[in-house]
Design a protein around this ligand. Structure first.
Ligand code: FES
Length: 145
């Protein structure tokens, strides 16, 4: 069992929008995961729809849209139960969101999934140490053009 990683305080996880972080798969690829606060805990779902896996559920501008306890896919409107991840409607009907194991202890949220390791808070593309624009190649020079 790998050591757990502290993610954030449960109070900082919104019911609407969510809290995004990135994990690293065993092969080294990065995968976004978002937390949602539930009535009795916190859920962690990988950030893609089960209908079209290139469709994100958590969008950078608004996070994850939650209505009546369901996460709404922004592309075709399938709604996934925020607590169980199950979908019984729309084009994703019969599928379940991919879960990442987290636990809440004394109001703090920890990543406890043995299959992934924590990479960083925020989107997958935000893990670089350089805070330059992504379209500017890394350079050892301090000159900027
Ligand atoms: S991509 Fe999510 S329902 Fe179609």
């Amino acid at each position: 069992m790998s050591p757990r990683t502290h993610l954030t305080s449960a109070d900082d996880v919104p019911e609407q929008g969510g809290w995004l972080f990135t994990v690293e798969e065993p092969g080294g690829s990065l995968q976004e995961v978002f937390l949602l606060r539930l009535a009795d805990g916190v859920a962690a779902w990988r950030n893609y729809c089960q209908h079209e896996t290139d469709q994100e559920l958590y969008r950078e501008d608004i996070g994850a849209v939650v209505r009546d306890g369901g996460i709404v896919c922004p592309k075709h409107g399938s709604v996934f139960d925020a607590a169980t991840g199950h979908c019984d409607n729309g084009p994703a009907a019969g599928s379940d969101l991919a879960e990442v194991a987290v636990t809440v202890e004394l109001g703090e949220v920890y990543l406890t999934d043995d299959d992934v390791t924590f990479s960083h808070e925020g989107p997958a593309g935000a893990g670089s140490d350089d805070d330059d624009d992504d379209d500017v190649p890394d350079s050892t020079s301090h000159l900027r053009f």
